[in-house]
Design a protein around this ligand. Structure first.
Ligand code: PEP
Length: 267
């Protein structure tokens, strides 16, 4: 397994969802590479649709920008029509893969056990899984946020070694904030991230939580990113809509690279 993922890096990952054809994706990647020529002080990744991975990969080669996918099947191969396996993603140059995105958990009824299988399949091929967790609005309003986050983290990480856990990234993505324009407050993000770190310490072992990169995701844009990144707990963002414009994604990556004192002073 690859262990090349740096220790708790700050990271901006763009989730393009079902946007951009293969040529459009390559063009967006080239624009981004141009803007990021002076590398920011954070890691940057883009997760195009499966159909654009092969066209985006050459544009990113040698730039330090990571290529990721949006989903993976847990088996390496077999009769799974429409699915894509971890070895297939690796063969296209992917280094990361999103698992447990709310559009799968809530849109396709993906359960915690399936997310855990996908996470292990990714690790098994040396991919860095971005493990999404997050509560719905109803769960938050019912005071169940902590219960949901702990349950999802527990299902994903139980029985995982510390080395494997440290090769993952967590994305706290409140479902009510994804694609809605409603962003979590920095305090809400801080609380959730601290809870996830404490849960990883309990499940995997002491000292795990503070070493895992935890991203915030949900309506991040260039106007609200700095306030979120000013929080010590927030190591970057998983960005949907705002990653489809190279300039706005670049601004978010620049904010994620700024020293926290500078971000706090700007609040
Ligand atoms: C996402 O899809 O992971 C996401 C955070 O989307 P958006 O930024 O558009 O809310």
């Amino acid at each position: 397994m690859s262990r090349s993922w740096p220790r708790r890096p700050r990271l901006c990952a763009g989730n393009w969802k079902m946007h951009r054809t293969a040529p459009e994706g390559a063009a967006l990647a080239r624009e981004l590479v141009e803007l990021l020529r002076a590398r920011p002080g954070c890691e940057v990744a883009v997760c195009p649709p499966f159909t654009a991975l092969e066209s985006v990969a050459p544009a990113l080669r040698g730039t330090g920008i990571w290529l990721g996918a949006q989903n993976v099947h847990w088996e390496r191969q077999g009769p799974f029509t429409g699915e894509v396996s971890a070895p297939m993603l690796v063969s296209l140059g992917c280094r990361l893969v999103i698992v447990g995105h709310s559009e799968w958990r809530h849109g396709m009824n993906e359960d915690d056990a399936t997310v855990a299988r996908k996470l292990r399949a990714a690790l098994g091929e040396g991919l860095t899984p971005i493990v999404c967790v997050g509560e719905t609005l109803g769960e938050r309003e019912a005071g169940r946020t902590a219960e949901v986050l702990v349950r999802q983290a527990q299902a994903a990480y139980s029985d995982l070694s510390q080395a494997d856990s440290l090769a993952t990234v967590v994305a706290y993505e409140p479902v009510w904030a994804i694609g809605t324009g409603k962003v979590a407050s920095p305090e809400q993000a801080r609380e959730a991230h601290a809870l996830i770190r404490a849960t990883l310490d309990r499940i995997v072992g002491a000292g795990t939580g503070e070493r895992v990169t935890i991203l915030y995701g949900g309506s991040v844009n260039p106007g609200n990113a700095a306030a979120l990144f000013a929080e010590e707990e927030v190591d970057g963002a998983l960005v949907g809509g705002a990653s489809l414009e190279a300039a706005s994604f670049w601004k978010i990556a620049v904010a994620a690279s700024a020293p926290r004192e500078q971000l706090r002073a700007g609040r």
